[in-house]
Design a protein. Structure first.
Length: 180
């Protein structure tokens, strides 16, 4: 597929946040819609390093979609993140800037970047600079719980997913193909 750079006259900044399920899923839905219109999509997953995620399997089958993870398979210790977690998150942010500015993708998704910010893995100012330097024709999506007020202020669209009821509360584990 040839590059569709410039197909979006004006890219916006979208934020999907909140404590409810569906933020990554919403971003992937947007990616699917974009692909259907011939746009090229790049998703960077922060704090995720499991090669068995369903979106990675599907993404490898979809022309125009690239997904790259910057995380370990282990959970990040919020109070004492490992040096590797800090390094991977910073690499992810640098990669996001390079991808966004390379001109090969119309939609760039920074999955779980709000959580990486909340855990102190990357500095807020660096993400705000990334947003400020977004090329005009790139749509930028930031997902994850606890979006900081400055990120919400910088966005053109903010959707908050709110948990009302979840089967986790009944002790049910994550299921492959639904949560994983």
């Amino acid at each position: 597929m040839e590059s569709s750079r410039g197909r979006l006259k004006e890219g916006m900044i979208q934020v999907y946040t909140g404590d409810g399920k569906g933020k990554t899923t919403a971003a992937l839905g947007l990616a699917l819609r974009a692909l259907g219109h011939g746009l090229r999509v790049y998703m960077i997953q922060f704090m995720k390093g499991d090669p068995d995620y369903g979106e990675l399997r599907a993404g490898s089958r979809l022309d125009g979609l690239t997904i790259r993870q910057f995380g370990r398979t282990d959970f990040v210790d919020r109070d004492h993140p490992a040096d590797e977690d800090l390094s991977l998150a910073r690499q992810g942010l640098e990669h996001a800037g390079a991808i966004m500015n390379a001109g090969n993708h119309d939609l760039v998704i920074l999955d779980e970047i709000n959580v990486a910010l909340d855990f102190g893995l990357i500095p807020l100012q660096a993400v705000l600079e990334l947003i400020a330097n977004k090329p005009r024709g790139v749509e930028l999506v930031l997902t994850g719980r606890s979006a900081p007020p400055a990120i919400i202020e910088a966005a053109d669209l903010v959707t908050e997913m709110r948990e009302i009821k979840h089967y986790y509360q009944q002790g049910r584990a994550a299921r492959d193909g639904i949560e994983h």
